[in-house]
Write a protein that binds this ligand. Structure first.
Ligand code: ACO
Length: 355
């Protein structure tokens, strides 16, 4: 079953969740994708309505959690706060020790529902604003932006956020999913497995690259500076953030969709600045590394998503935490699969030589 959660063809640039192509999935609501990953198939209309009602009804966080959010330092990356608070909230879950499939499903729904609320509340408190309570009538993407900014997003912004969560939701046995699975393989609880995923996603070679892309865009400033910046990085043998992938040896299919979405946002806002800067970076990387040196270094999932956050006024400190909001459904799908196996993952040390 685990192979079935996700399929990647890294040479052809194909990505499927549960055997359905990502280009099809991105047109559906995030709730349907979350259901698909966790339950194994797309929900019928009634099943989706019930699942969404359960998810949207679990978005609130209690006063104790708000107190801990207020105790966090104000200047930390949102991932630091999120990791701490997800660990803290497990004690309030009445199903924490119920490892039946039903108990695990109830925990899954609470985790998927509350993580966006935690991220938005931390961000607002850290910026001296009052948290905005969730709105159960809004989609996952629209509700997150509403809680973050305190105003309802435009239709396009809500659609882009929803697609961002879908494109981030699952990617086979990447580093953070592997972490979550290892924790679940010991039959530890779902909160612990999700905390493991968060800790691993945080690293700059994994989910942390998105924030670094945003910082790079700021540093470069405008399209005219991109070539010089990239040539210097390559000359120093530094990695250019948001490029390259362990599995894809061609364009990351999520990168293609993110590129289209960032162009759409740029045009809607009448401001091509960040899009043009990103494209100038991409053109130089492809010319220097792909065409001249034959290395398959193309934009990955983090590159144009970073551009999107620039257009949506989302700061770099939130980029990885937003990735986690989408990815939690994928981690949980893998944990459920691992719980069924009831077998501990215990590789031998010599296998690290392969990594
Ligand atoms: N910029 C410049 N050169 C690169 C890049 C890059 N982003 N990525 C790989 N290369 C080059 C390496 O220098 C190396 O060249 P060499 O053979 O001359 O030494 C070659 O390509 C292979 O690179 P590795 O690091 O061995 O590739 P690996 O598969 O181990 O790494 C990784 C994949 C970690 C994603 C890497 O491409 C990287 O560090 N990218 C930048 C960080 C990033 O964007 N991470 C997000 C990945 S997607 C995700 O996790 C959600």
């Amino acid at each position: 079953m685990s192979k079935n959660i996700c399929f990647i063809d890294g040479l052809e640039g194909i990505l499927k969740y549960r055997e359905i192509d990502i280009n099809q999935l991105v047109e559906l609501p995030y709730d349907a994708i979350s259901y698909l990953l966790i339950q194994g198939e797309l929900p019928a209309d009634q099943e989706l309505a019930e699942y969404s009602a359960r998810l949207h009804g679990e978005r609130e966080i209690n006063r104790e959690v708000m107190d801990v959010i207020r105790m966090c330092k104000l200047d930390i990356d949102a991932m630091e706060a999120l990791r701490t608070i997800v660990s803290f909230i497990s004690q309030f879950d009445p199903d924490l020790d119920d490892s039946s499939p039903e108990g695990n499903m109830r925990k899954a729904i609470r985790l998927i529902a509350k993580i966006p609320t935690i991220v938005a509340a931390y961000y607002r408190v850290a910026n001296g604003k009052d948290p905005v309570p969730p709105d159960a009538s809004l989609s996952h993407g629209a509700n997150f932006l509403y809680m973050l900014k305190g105003r309802k997003p435009s239709e396009l912004e809500a659609e882009v956020m929803e697609k961002d969560f879908i494109l981030s939701a699952e990617h086979e046995l990447n580093a953070s999913t592997f972490s979550s699975r290892v924790t679940a393989s010991t039959l530890s609880d779902l909160y612990s497995a999700v905390v493991s995923g968060l800790c691993t996603l945080k690293g700059p070679l994994h989910g942390g690259a998105r924030a670094e892309v945003m910082t790079m865009l700021e540093e470069i400033g405008n399209p005219g500076n991109a070539e010089k910046y990239v040539l210097e990085k390559i000359g120093n043998r530094d990695k250019i953030m948001g490029f390259g992938h362990r599995v894809y040896k061609t364009y990351d299919p999520r990168g293609t969709i993110f590129k289209q979405l960032s162009r759409q946002l740029a045009e809607a806002k009448g401001d091509m600045h960040w899009y043009d800067t990103a494209e100038a970076i991409e053109n130089t990387v492809v010319r220097e590394l792909v065409e001249k040196k034959g290395k398959p270094i193309y934009p990955n999932v983090d590159f144009y998503s970073g551009v999107i956050y620039k257009y949506m006024d989302i700061p770099p400190q939130l980029a990885t935490a937003i990735f986690a909001i989408g990815r939690v459904s994928g981690w949980i799908a893998h944990c459920f699969d691992q719980y069924e196996k009831k077998k501990i993952i215990r590789p031998r040390a010599f296998m690290l030589d392969e990594c």
